[in-house]
Design a protein around this ligand. Structure first.
Ligand code: K1U
Ligand code: ZN
Length: 201
């Protein structure tokens, strides 16, 4: 996990040590290209992460940078073409509240509430299209963090919606798969057109 912060696009990374003279290294964070639906990589089931390598930490930092830049509240590795079970999120809504960047490796939903919640979802892989999706209002998730520590936490409200949207991405599912077929086809056609236009530019 990135400990330290951002300095004009630089990640000050000090793993487990105090900042200042003990800064471990400075790495330029990268904004990665987000895949746009339809793309076969967005339909695949992501592979479980084995070892937590420096490359995986770099990927997590880049996902966070890309998510904040978009802006978005979540981003899954398959959305940048990496078919690994990793996503990042920060669903803090309150203006001025401290950010809570999270990176979740190999997440498993261990419980969902019976009460449901409907939220008008968006997706960074389906720009400018939204749809009402009904999901459990609360979800408990177990995951591994970038230090290899296992966590289990209950998410509610927007965090619950976001965590389930991101787990869907790891299973090759998009929010439009929860919509009626006609609406899904309409959005998909518009995305095909958008990709064609972007390719011409
Ligand atoms: O996974 C993604 O595509 C990111 C997506 C996550 C998400 C949005 C809404 C409900 C559930 C999950 C987004 O972040 S879309 C952008 C967005 O919702 C947003 C952007 C700026 C401020 C607040 C929200
Ligand atoms: Zn999405």
């Amino acid at each position: 996990m990135l400990i330290g912060g951002k300095l004009a696009g630089l990640a000050v990374v000090a793993r487990g040590v105090a900042l200042g003279p003990a800064i471990a290294y400075i790495r330029r964070m990268s904004i990665r290209a987000i895949l746009i639906h339809p793309d076969p990589r967005l339909k695949k089931v992501a592979k479980p992460v084995g070892d937590i390598t420096p490359e995986l930490r770099t990927l997590a930092d880049d996902l966070l940078e890309t998510m904040y830049n978009a802006p978005g509240i979540g981003l899954a590795a398959p959305q940048v073409g990496v078919l690994k079970q990793l996503f990042v999120m920060d669903a803090i809504k309150e203006e001025g509240a401290a950010p809570r960047p999270m990176a979740l490796i190999n997440p498993i939903v261990t419980w969902t509430s019976d009460d449901m919640n409907t939220y008008e979802e968006g997706c960074l892989s389906i720009p400018d299209h939204y749809g009402e999706v009904e999901r459990p209002a609360s979800a408990r998730v177990r995951w591994t963090d970038l230090d290899g520590k296992v966590h289990e936490e209950q998410f509610d409200g927007l965090w619950a919606t976001c965590v389930q949207h991101e787990v869907d991405h790891l299973n090759g599912k998009l929010f439009i798969d929860h919509l009626k077929p006609l609406r899904r086809q309409m959005i998909t056609r518009k995305m095909v057109k958008l990709k064609r236009e972007r390719a011409r530019m």
